[in-house]
Design a protein around this ligand. Structure first.
Ligand SMILES: *Cc1c(COP(=O)(O)O)cnc(C)c1O
Length: 363
């Protein structure tokens, strides 16, 4: 069996480092917002080249807290792609604001900047691009558009840890970046975890207060906050893995480039937009014969997945917001996209088997 992501293999490789750090946390009996969280925040901020990194309980919470700290609330509109994981839009709704879904570029699958411009109204307050599958969205164009219209840009970096545009890491380009440490993400914990990054001192302060029950000084509460903290075990694991993130991302790129070279005659491989580094959280191809490929992979005991089969504007939960909304590129891509296994440890032998199976299905 070749899985979508092989976390068992990675743990075996990192076991001595991780087990030693976890034992120290257990012995310290300090489990929430302790020295590992503080150190991880500092190390992550340094790695990403940002002033502030604030750990929280999940990527979904990072989005929610960043939007709240940016002042987004009821009556506001936030423009975002429909071709993403539900959490992007859920977080907008948690604040009381309305997600306004726009179409994507057919090649990069990222938010289409001209579609964003066309969707701006007097109620628009923010743009929430997703660096989908690990490839940076067109941030220079989005930032220019946002400045022209007085909008905030919050980045969904859940799939793009370590991706950059001209040396500036995703998460350090907009007003805030929202990261997820869900186990299968490029930088994954062994449970839930998330982080907000920003160069804005005031926004960082508000996120720090919001994640910890609206409190700056213990037992003094200024606003209604949340229990959304990163814990010491996850932070200790993330500190170990952060030391390997460049190697992980290089491994993902190596596997992706091997796939693309071997498959480009058979399918539409993922397109690198050349704006920055694609860190391949997913390797997602397009094919009119997706079902044939899936059947062959299944028969060969190789995992595959459709990210995402139902775009957000067609989800029942957003039916009211999206009556009459049609996003042709998003709908076409969701009918033809297929993601293959991708993880840093994917071997040449595994890649060979997968490529042969896909090519064989289309022969
Ligand atoms: C994973 C993911 C999230 C949510 O992260 P969690 O840590 O699972 O809450 C948000 N947006 C995107 C695009 C994601 O892939």
């Amino acid at each position: 069996m070749i899985p979508m992501v092989d976390l068992k293999n990675q743990y075996q490789r990192l076991k001595p480092e991780i087990d030693a750090e976890l034992a120290k946390v257990l012995e310290s009996a300090h489990f929430i917002l302790g020295p590992n969280v503080q150190a991880f925040e500092q190390e992550a901020a340094e790695y990403l080249g940002v002033k502030h990194a604030i750990g929280c309980a999940s990527g979904t919470d990072a989005l929610h807290l960043a939007l709240l700290a940016a002042g987004i609330g009821p009556g506001d509109e936030v423009i975002t792609p429909a071709f993403t994981f539900i959490a992007t839009a859920e977080a907008i709704r948690y604040t009381g604001a309305k997600p306004v879904f726009v179409d994507i570029e057919p090649d990069s699958f990222n938010i289409d900047v001209s579609a964003v411009e066309a969707a701006i109204t007097s109620r628009t307050r923010a743009i929430l691009p997703v660096h989908l599958f690990g490839q940076p969205a067109d941030m220079p164009a989005l930032i220019a558009l946002a400045e022209k219209h007085g909008l905030k840009v919050i980045e969904d970096c859940a799939q793009s840890f370590g991706a950059d545009i001209d040396g500036t890491m995703t998460g350090g380009i907009g007003l805030a970046g929202c990261h997820s440490f869900f186990p299968s993400k490029n930088l994954g914990a062994y449970g839930d975890g998330g982080m907000v990054t920003t160069n804005d001192d005031a926004l960082a302060e508000r996120v720090r207060i919001l994640r910890n029950h609206g409190s700056q000084v213990r037992y003094y509460h200024d606003v209604i906050g949340y229990n959304s903290r990163l814990d010491e075990m996850q932070a200790a694991i993330l500190r170990v893995k952060l030391r390997h993130i460049d190697e992980f991302n290089r491994g993902r790129r190596r596997a992706a480039h091997a796939y693309s070279a071997a498959l480009k005659a058979h399918v539409t491989p993922p397109h690198e937009n050349g704006l920055g580094t694609h860190v391949y959280h997913q390797y997602t191809l397009l094919s009119d014969r997706r079902d044939d490929i899936m059947q062959a992979l299944q028969a060969a005991d190789i995992a595959c997945a459709i990210y995402y089969p139902v775009p957000l504007h067609q989800q029942k939960v957003f039916a009211e917001d999206c009556a009459g909304v049609s996003l042709p590129v998003t709908e076409d891509v969701s009918r033809r996209c297929l993601s293959l296994p991708i993880f840093p440890e994917l071997s040449d032998e595994q890649i060979g088997r997968i490529v042969e199976t896909v090519a064989g299905a289309l022969a």
